[in-house]
Write a protein that binds this ligand. Structure first.
Ligand code: TXA
Ligand code: MG
Length: 330
């Protein structure tokens, strides 16, 4: 049994030593929990791919906690202009692509010339990386294709994990925004929205594959090729309004739980109802709902969609990928 550790200085330091020496540690971030390894050690990063059963073609994000560490990862100093832009979003839930240093092993970037880097804001994550004093390669700490963990207890049995640091519930609950800075393209929508990036990057836009429902010929980032965020429970996303939506939910078999806005929830009865207060609240709790449905072995559930604006766009990106069916009630 892997130990779940409280985030005391002593335990963080112990986990930092584990990472330095090539072991795997699960740690909290403000987005989701990460499965971390020393990014300079290819054999350690390899363990991440084995533990998650992650395709080797899907590169991982590298986490840093200082400008000095970023320059080690990119093999050059960080310019004043870059620092001005990055300081607006870092530490925080934005991942940025850079050309990589030859010190970063191929397995981290899946052989790509670029490396995805993030400086997380979570205090425990920052202390862990600083104490380890090495950049930390870390995808989300879930088996490939399953929902990301937003609580330490969501981290299911994974081979080769030495410790789990418990940091309570993730603040955002969905993974970081991934930005191709050079081309001003958002490859994965996340907590940092286009409108926040616009003042800095006037031409910034979503990758075409994110704004079209058609199956894209070319994917934005390697990870988007793969099935994602999917609980075993079959999810239907339902969009619609007020009373009509409530009566649709009331007409479903009683065994089908409903995840809907608190407004609609007032008129839904006779079944398990999880309610959310806003799109960002749904984002924060979506994966926890999925884990709860799977833990209770629920076969089918419905989730009310949210308007695809701001954070709602990122939340719907996850929800649509997790869903096996979409319906509109009008
Ligand atoms: O919030 C997060 O980003 C979490 C926490 C732990 O930091 N991490 C996370 O990592 O979600 P992961 O590996 O599950 O997702 C990384 C995404 C994948 O879609 C991957 O394909 C993409 O970033 N990516 C990584 N390196 C890339 C690169 N060089 N070029 C394009 N996409 C890249
Ligand atoms: Mg992931």
């Amino acid at each position: 049994m892997v130990s779940v550790l409280s985030p005391s200085k002593k335990n963080i330091s112990l986990c930092a030593d584990l990472i330095r020496s090539g072991k795997l540690v699960v740690f909290p971030t403000e987005t989701v929990y990460g499965l971390g390894a020393n990014a300079f050690l290819p054999d350690s990063v390899e363990k991440i791919f084995v533990a998650k059963r992650r395709p080797k073609k899907n590169p991982t994000i590298v986490h840093v906690s200082s400008w000095k560490m970023l320059s080690l990862v990119i093999g050059r100093s960080v310019s004043k202009k870059e620092k001005r832009f990055l300081s607006r979003f870092w530490p925080g839930p934005l991942t940025v692509l850079f050309l990589r240093s030859p010190r970063i092993p191929d397995i981290v970037t899946a052989g790509l010339p670029t490396v995805a880097v993030r400086w997380p804001s979570n205090r425990i994550a920052r202390q862990l990386i600083s104490m380890a004093n090495v950049p930390v390669a870390a995808p989300s700490a879930n088996p490939s294709s399953k929902p990301s963990p937003t609580l330490s207890r969501h981290v299911k049995k994974m081979k080769g994990v030495s410790a789990i640091l418990d940091g309570g519930p993730s603040v955002f609950g969905i993974e970081s925004t991934v930005l191709d800075l050079e081309n001003q393209v958002v490859l994965r929508p996340g907590p940092v929205g286009i409108s926040e990036l616009k003042p800095w990057l006037p031409d910034v836009r979503f990758h075409a594959s994110l704004v079209s429902d058609a199956r894209p010929k070319k994917v934005a980032s390697p990870g988007m090729r793969y099935k994602h965020y999917s609980p075993a429970c079959k999810i239907t996303v339902v969009t619609g309004f007020g009373k009509k939506l409530a009566s649709f939910f009331n007409g479903l078999p009683r065994s089908v739980p409903v995840i809907c806005s608190s407004n609609v929830a007032k008129n839904v009865s006779g079944r398990v109802v999880f309610s959310f207060s806003s799109a960002s609240d749904l984002g924060k709790r979506l994966f926890a709902f999925f884990h709860a449905l799977d833990d209770a072995k629920i076969k089918r559930a419905v989730v009310q969609g949210v308007p695809e604006r701001g954070i709602g766009f990122s939340v719907m990106n996850r929800l649509k990928k997790a869903a096996s069916k979409r319906l509109t009630v009008s």
